[in-house]
Design a protein around this ligand. Structure first.
Ligand code: GLC
Ligand code: CA
Length: 494
């Protein structure tokens, strides 16, 4: 039986606000993405994942949802979504949308009703608790964005829980009504034809029932697997669709419990994004990842960048060297069994932007004074020219920096040796070579600071992938392959 499509897909994350503006308001939108589908097709990805485009007051960039079944007017209308989906499908691109089940926005009608009247049934959808006798919050849990995870509701004097910003009240997943509401939300988008969902903070829905102190009690409770089994049942009624969970735990063994034939098909493996550019680190993490995830009903995920992380060209040292290493790392991981999740602009070699304080929008910045995540969310530079760099005719919601002129799409398009052309070539070769290969990864002897593996096809042909993590040239002994510093070579045999 053929492998399901999600098992070895290349999925491109589109940060909707920052991809393409179509109406000059400086904010990316669905019609803009629609117009750029040919670019994505040519790049050679299999699927796109759209970050939340639902009505939202945008305290956390749309991860604070006020209505799960509509489009925020800033991003367009439902008809724009339908048109985008239809054309993506016509081009052979699958579409994942984001679902945010851990919390709603404070502006969601459920939360408004819950606050307006403490005896309203909606109150039970959230986690309101009385404070301690001294007036302090119910327990010591901290928000992921800094400060207490509890905010006092002035009307009732009770506190509500929010593992993220105070504008994102957590839902009570021990209430069956929450389950029912989310089954309806899934069906709403499945009926429209989406191919899958990226599930926001999939590890956090259940908290210790007694709400004991200690951050280990704030999430990753086994009861959450019941939700994924339930959701899987809904999804499977629709055939060939898929889930990828954002399980933000660095312990891969724990992440592995979220996936399988009756749970989620895949989960992001963030310990991959934490690897330094180092042969031993890569070998250890990749080996463990294959052991845990290359099995029935799931497959590994390879994630180096996304809208919450520091761009990997910067993590790997920045500048020319950082870009070279970033490409080498991608070329290595993308040849392995499993799915690669790319983040927009990595195909241009973009680095983390240094967004000036007055332009920052991330709640992390407002809550803690730390720079936050805006630096990986800056708009896509399509053109080297013009203030809006082909992204907008207006003022972009986050500013461009010098990279926009240097690394814009039109600067790299058709230019041999550019990062964009390297990605196109890599993805072309992947489509051509990888589907015929066996899933077994055989490590080869490699010189110090290098890694090499082989995947073999049924007819005996094989692909050897070798990476030189050092700054000096190296030679692979068998097969003999010359490896330039900090590069990955795909070498075909037979
Ligand atoms: C996820 C999202 C992140 C968001 C958080 C709260 O981690 O990727 O951007 O801030 O959830 O919804
Ligand atoms: Ca717009």
């Amino acid at each position: 039986m053929a492998d399901p499509w999600w098992r070895d897909a290349v999925v491109y994350e589109i940060y909707v606000r920052s991809f393409q503006d179509s109406n000059g308001d400086g904010i990316g939108d669905l019609a803009g993405i629609h117009a750029r589908l040919p670019y994505l097709k040519r790049l050679g990805v299999d699927a796109i994942w759209l970050t939340p485009f639902y009505p939202s007051p945008m305290h956390d960039a749309g991860y604070d949802v006020a209505d799960y079944c509509d489009v925020d007017p800033r991003f367009g209308r439902l008809e724009d979504f339908d048109a985008l989906l239809a054309d993506a499908h016509a081009l052979g691109l699958r579409v994942f949308v984001d679902v945010v089940p851990n919390h709603t926005s404070i502006e969601h009608p459920w939360f408004r009703a819950a606050v307006a009247d403490p005896s309203a049934p909606e109150r039970e959808l959230y986690l309101f608790r009385p404070g301690r006798a001294d007036g302090s919050p119910p327990n010591d849990w901290q928000s992921v964005f800094g400060g207490s995870a509890w905010t006092r509701d002035e009307t009732s004097g009770e506190f509500y829980l929010h593992l993220f910003d105070s504008s994102q009240p957590d839902l009570d997943w021990r209430n069956p009504v929450v389950h029912e509401r989310f089954r309806d939300i899934l069906r709403f988008w499945l009926d429209r034809g989406v191919d899958g969902f990226r599930i926001d903070v999939a590890h956090a829905l259940y908290k210790d029932a007694a709400m004991r102190d200690g951050k280990e009690n704030a999430w990753d409770q086994d009861e959450v697997f019941g939700v994924w089994e339930e959701w899987r049942g809904v999804l499977d009624e629709y055939g060939d669709r898929s889930f990828v969970g954002e399980v933000f735990l660095y312990d891969m063994d724990r992440v592995a419990r979220y996936v399988g034939p009756t749970r989620l098909q895949q989960a992001f493996n963030f310990s991959i994004a934490k690897m330094p550019f180092d042969a031993e680190a890569f070998r250890a993490k990749v080996t463990r990842s294959l052991e845990l995830f290359e099995r029935d009903g799931t497959s590994p995920t390879w994630v180096l960048s996304n809208h919450d992380l520091i761009r990997h060209a910067t993590r790997f040292g920045g500048g020319e060297a950082g870009r070279r290493r970033a490409l080498a790392a991608t070329a290595f991981l993308i040849a392995l069994p499993g799915s690669a999740y790319l983040f927009q602009e990595e195909e241009l070699g973009l680095e983390q932007s240094d967004v000036p304080p007055e332009a920052r929008q991330d709640p992390i910045w407002f809550r803690t004074g730390e720079a936050g995540r805006d630096g990986c969310r800056t708009p896509m530079p399509w053109s080297a020219n013009g203030d809006g760099h082909g992204f907008t005719t207006g003022k972009p919601w986050l500013p461009f920096d010098d990279q926009a002129a240097a690394l814009a799409v039109d600067k790299q398009d058709g230019v041999a040796g550019s990062t964009l052309e390297a990605y196109r070539e890599l993805l072309r070769r992947r489509r051509e070579l990888v589907p015929g290969l066996g899933r077994e990864v055989a490590w080869l002897d490699a010189p110090d600071g290098c890694l090499a593996f082989r995947r073999t096809a049924a007819d005996g042909r094989s692909l050897v992938v070798a990476t030189n993590f050092t700054a000096e040239p190296r030679t692979l002994p068998q097969p003999v392959v010359t490896l330039d510093p900090e590069t990955t070579v795909w070498h075909l045999e037979g």
